[in-house]
Structures are given as C-alpha cells and as structure tokens.
Write a protein that binds this ligand. Structure first.
Ligand code: AMP
Length: 281
C-alpha cells in the first residue's frame, strides 16, 4: 500500500494504474475509519482494479462553530486498517496541499445544496462539492464510492457529476449499523455512555415511520408528526430536522407515491448525528 501526500505524486500513481488499462476506484473519507467506511473500501476492491482511499478532514465543509479542530484524526490506525483491506493507495494530503490561501474558486450546486443538512449547515455542501471536485482532479478515479448514510451528499454529488459531465461513475453503498440500529459514524466517538443510549432515538423514529408506512400510511405530515413524538421528552436530544423528500432533488414529498427518502438529523448533547431510510411504495 502506498501512502501519497501530494497531488503531483497522486497523479503519477493514478496515471501508472491507468496505463495498464485498469479501473481506479476511490473512496473519499475524512478518516477515523469504521466498518461503514470499510464496507465502501470492500466494494471498491471488488469493483475496481486499483483501490484508492482519500483521508482528508476538509476545513471548508465545517461551519465556524463546528468540530473541525476536534474531529478525530489517527492516520496510523487508519492506514493499518486499510492495509488489512488490501487497499493500493491512501491519499492523505495536508490542508496546505489541497488549499492555498488564495483559493477563491468554489463548486456550488445551487438549490439542492440548501436542503436538509445544507439548510442547517450553511455552506457545508459548497465545501463538500469543492473538495470532491478537487479530489476527483487529483486522483482521477473511474468510479467513486459513497455511503447512503449521507443521503443528501449523494444527491448533491450526483447532480454535480451530471451537471459538469464529470467522467466518473458514482456507486452508493448501504448504511452500516451497530447491532441495535445506530448508524456508524466517526462522531459516535464523541458520545458519553448516556448519550449513546439517547442516540438510538434517531433510528427508532425512522423505524416508527417505516412501520406506519408498511401499515399503509402515505401522508408525510402524519408520518413526520408521529416520528417527532419519539423526540418529545428526550433530555439532551434536540431534533434538527425530520423530513420526507425526493431522494434526487431533496424536495419535500407531501404524499408518498414513489421512492422517498426519510431523513433525520439531531443533536445528542453537542454531537450532531444523521440517519435515513428509503421508503418504497
Ligand atoms: P466521512 O468520513 O464521514 O466523510 O464518510 C466517508 C464516506 O463513508 C461517506 O461516503 C459516508 O457516507 C460513508 N459512511 C459513513 N458512515 C457510514 C455508514 N455507517 N455506513 C455506510 N457508509 C458510511
């Protein structure tokens, strides 16, 4: 496994792979790897000839009062995990390598970037699309793997790829959960034992919607009202949003007549967690 820290070296590696006609798969991450990330890595190993993983905690997608400084970082541990998975290349550039102080160019996907997490985290998706475009240019992958865990991110990236005719395929992998249902997240490490228990409310609210949908309820307002009851009288938990939307446009879907994304975000203590499910009529 090669650890690459500069864009120039990354391009050389990528070109070398390509000259043998092989397909390069990329898994973009912010490190602090868990089984959710590793499921993407395994998909990349299966569906491409060369598997690259990027590790970059991207400052431009964090708001001024968010957790950029304290976000967990452990490159040595991450590299050991990735070596164990048979990854070929780890691309772990510094902030300085990815951004100069004169950076004034942004990739903005209008409209859709202001929905769900984009509404509660202004500028978040501008940072995501900009860094993902930069990673695509540095790594030049044929196929890129994202997790359904970040469903809004998937919608925004797919739109960017389509709008800019970027020559990459996007593969989306299922959410990996703890046995009790909590979606794996690097931010789960912030939770105290008590908060870890409270955090289950996200999954429970989604399951409640799933059950009522299975019993025939198609009215999103009723499903959302029912889900929100789960959040009542939960000390230390603050609901950010609970929405039922079109998975491609992220626009609200008042009646569920086609595939629908049910997405939730909540603060458990100071930790912001997200989760979602797809409903299929
Ligand atoms: P992050 O390091 O949080 O930026 O995540 C990197 C990639 O891993 C993103 O495409 C996420 O959607 C994906 N991911 C994070 N958590 C999970 C999970 N529990 N299951 C599946 N994919 C995940």
């Amino acid at each position: 496994m090669k650890l690459v820290q500069t864009i120039a070296e990354m391009r050389t590696q990528s070109q070398a792979g390509r000259s043998h006609g092989s397909r390069l798969g990329l898994v973009p991450t912010m490190g602090a790897l868990h089984e959710g990330h590793l499921s993407l890595v395994r998909a990349a190993r299966q569906r491409s000839d060369t598997a690259a993983v990027s590790i970059f905690v991207n400052p431009t997608q964090f708001g001024p009062s968010e957790d950029f400084a304290k976000y967990p970082r452990d490159l040595e541990r991450d590299c050991a995990l990735l070596e164990g998975e048979g990854v070929d290349i780890v691309f772990a550039p510094s902030v300085h390598e990815m951004y100069t102080s004169q950076n004034t160019t942004w990739v903005v996907v209008e409209g859709i970037s202001d929905r769900l997490c984009g509404q509660s985290r202004p500028g978040h998706f501008r940072g995501v699309t900009t860094v993902v475009a930069k990673l695509f240019n540095a790594v030049r992958p044929d196929v890129v793997f994202f997790g359904q865990k970040d469903a809004a991110q998937v919608a925004v990236i797919k739109r960017m790829v389509r709008d800019l005719n970027l020559p990459v395929e996007i593969e989306v992998c299922a959410i990996v959960r703890e046995p009790d249902g909590l979606a794996l997240s690097s931010r789960n490490s912030y939770l105290s034992a008590e908060e870890r228990k409270s955090a289950l409310v996200l999954y429970r609210s989604l399951m409640r919607v799933h059950e009522e949908f299975a019993r025939g309820e198609r009215d999103s307002a009723k499903l959302i009202a029912s889900a929100k009851q789960e959040f009542e009288q939960k000390p230390g938990v603050r609901l950010d949003y609970f929405e039922i939307v079109d998975p491609d446009t992220l626009e609200a879907m008042p009646t569920i007549t086609r595939l629908a994304l049910v997405a939730v975000a909540a603060f458990v203590g100071k930790t912001r967690l997200i989760d979602n499910i797809i409903l299929e009529p």
